[in-house]
Design a protein around this ligand. Sequence first.
Ligand SMILES: [Zn+2]
Ligand SMILES: [Zn+2]
Ligand SMILES: [Zn+2]
Length: 144
Amino acid sequence: MEEFIAALRSHGYKITPQRRAVIGALRACGKFTTAQQVLEHVKENFPDMSLDTVYRNLGLLTDLGLVHEINTRRREGNIFEISLAEHHHHLVCLECGKAECLNFCPIHADEVTRAEENGFKVTFHSLEFYGYCQECQGDVPKRQ
Ligand SMILES: [Zn+2]
Ligand SMILES: [Zn+2]
Ligand SMILES: [Zn+2]
């Protein structure tokens, strides 16, 4: 919590009770949390909080690099992970939506250099691997 507060302050953001509640909910809800789950948690203390406000706060925390947003391609929405670990990527199951952390990054410096060939300056990348987790592999036809 303290590092979140410090990072928000150093970027000139106010620590509103709502913002504090969103951070608290992220911590309380476990590793991978949807905005809806954050909202349900926060609503216990802030019944008027809207999903939009939750998304705005999650977006801010993501922009500051405090939270990592994982694109699940699911109707339930993306999931958010507190990004205290090293830069890493995720496996996302297309069937159950479960995510798993990968403890390595498959993008190497020379590939970033290639991406910058036309003068674009790359500052970060985001990458998810989609497929089926072990439990879901049984009866799901493999997409090529
Ligand atoms: Zn699965
Ligand atoms: Zn992760
Ligand atoms: Zn990477």
